[in-house]
Design a protein around this ligand. Sequence first.
Ligand code: ADP
Ligand code: ZN
Ligand code: ZN
Length: 804
Amino acid sequence: MSVASVIVDVAAKQTDRAFDYAIPDKWKGIIVPGMRVVVPFGPRKVQGFVVALKEEAEVKRVKPIADLRDLTPVLTPELLEIGHWLTEKTLCFMISAFQVMLPAAMKAKYDKELSLLSKEAYEQLHEQVKPFFQSRSSLKWSEVEKTAAAPAFHRDIQKGLIEVVYVVKNKGNKKTAKGVKLNQGLEDIQQFMSELNKQAEKQKQVLSFMLDRNEEVAIKEIAEGLQITSAPIKALINKGLLAETEIEIYRDPYQDRYFTPSKPFQLTDEQAEAIAPILHDIEENLHDVFLMYGVTGSGKTEVYLQSIDQVLKKGKEAIMLVPEISLTPQMVKRFKERFGSKVAVLHSGLSTGEKYDEWRKIQRKEVSVVVGARSAVFAPFENLGLLIIDEEHETSYKQEENPRYHARDVAIYRGQHHQCPVILGSATPTLESFARAQKGVYKLLTLKQRMNKSSMPSVDIVDMREELRSGNRSMFSTMLFEKMKDRLEKGEQIVLFLNKRGHSSFVMCRDCGYVPTCEHCEISLTYHRYQNKLKCHYCGHEEHVHTECPECHSEHIRFFGSGTQKVEEELTKVLPEARVVRMDVDTTSRKGAHEKLLNKFASGEAQILLGTQMIAKGLDFPNVTLVGVLTADTMLNLPDFRASEKTFQLLTQVSGRAGRHKLPGEVVIQTYTPEHYSIQLASQHDYDAFYKQEMEIRKMHKYPPFFYLALVTVSHENIAKVVSVTDKISQYLRQKLSPQTTILGPVASPIAKIKDRYRYQCMLKYKLEPSLIPLLKYILERYQAEMQKENLTITIDLNPYSMM
Ligand code: ADP
Ligand code: ZN
Ligand code: ZN
């Protein structure tokens, strides 16, 4: 094979196909599909993925591949195929599909290089530029960028005296250490050892150490192991008995932690019944999708662990997805305790280097279990025996940028490919999944009882309007406050949950109701106490805090709403004796902060854990007997058809934090709309009733799971342009699609402006539209030129989760 088809690292419509390159003789038989190469592309060099090999190119003259980045393919044949499938499923470019499967460290970085076009050109260079080229003909742009000569360089580039070349940076991704290996046969070494004199005792020790190990060993490790300097090792290298090598060392975020090995539990009858069909599939190499519907604390995780164990016994591999795993160190611990070093952990809390190292362990087949967030679904295993998605209802499984894939779809696709089971687990499954289980598309496994037969916590709903009417202006209702006091006296713990993303409040005029909003994004500005500033959460725009209302000149303009920081302040006022741990984006942004804060709570050092969404999942503290939800309404009022579902899920999850063990738990939900069915049914722990009621509404308004959705969003700086393009797209789709399909729009998106760009959308609700994908592709093609030249953006989201 002498030609390679390469997908190049240029995300654009015209380059979204394979290009042919000649394979230089030295790499014939070495280059295979799935490897990264560097190829000339126009005036520059770019990275690309080899997708196929062939004897002859489609065009006459092909350029040769310039460089080879990998010695083993980074994409398996299966992943290459998934890449193709993703482009169809999500309308993304091939290159984006490949890149999303790999750790960020492997994404190509480019250096801009400047080179002098000819010797003659030197004389014509600007005086400021000349010194740079005095002794060389090329240099890096980064050397020039920040100097006063930069404008002069621009001029000379435009004059055509200097050429700009893009060069793929050869980043050292791997962390390596100097090591040695034996360089001669056993007999020669023994011969040499017997001839060594007394003074060279240390060299002898090194050699017998190496004979014992019979592998590459880091010099540092030998020196530490034998308590010697590196001198005798160097001597042996010089004598040719040892050869120097580079050994890859892993940055392991858990290396200093010891995990006590844990044994599987004897399963309860319910668990045994649930695991049986899974084990059967594993045994017989069958593919089914199981929906494991079990309340929190019903032992789902134990079923996952024992299923994985079975997979490992068969010599196969398993992937377990967890929502934003960095948020649940307890989950990592459970896996490490059960499977030890066979587990790799992939999540967003790791540094780029750490992520890369974990990925390498998978690629080298040094681990057989991966626990990770969304993108871990692409783990390059080749012998998969099981895929699990825990908390399958979590929206973080859907990627909100290109490629807009859902991890559930990828998992099921891989399960089919490997003929192995897929488990979706949740206490509050998405309506889509539960409906599929009702129809028999998925197999339903139910866990009704909590472990230790502990009952679900009792839930009280407090009407905050009543509180106001009776004169309580605090953010804590009388009931919640009394219960908190009671727990503190008993030495039990409390979780307070604030369903709000920000960490502070917005500003409002008490006299006229004016709220400062961002002039670019049309959302209310957030008050940041430490900097005493107002900030926009979308674009970062900042303003000074008003001392007087710009509308009515009242001085009664102040902060409103309760951010976690504000709640903390009030807590210290009303319960000065309580020690509080606050967890939100502010307090957890530093690496490791998350775990530290949780430990502080777990150890009992603090009695109250106060936080946002991030404390709703997976935490399990035996001493927590009270959970307070400060305002349940915030999520109910989002412009999203899933708002009720999300509120139900969240309230159920939060309630699940209380009373998981011997002590009984109580939950207090504060709300301004106590009669809403989401809040009522969540307080009764009645998923089935919620499912029925919500399905009625979905059916009535033509939403999933009865209809499919597609969302087309158009954005541009010019509002007229946005409206006209969205209008044309809507009209075109109306003409071409069946009358059964609903086309909503064009309308302004819920967030009508982000970073000075207007956003309009049109939404499709359809049941069967075989020609939808080709039509949408046609639209993208039709506007390709405008997207490239005029900065127009059209995004298409099939099965959207975020409607903003
Ligand atoms: P879920 O994942 O459904 O929330 P877990 O698997 O975390 O439930 O189980 C809840 C608790 O019960 C955990 O502390 C777990 O260690 C324990 N547990 C699970 N299965 C068993 C069992 N068969 N016997 C005893 N304890 C169990
Ligand atoms: Zn005012
Ligand atoms: Zn803004």
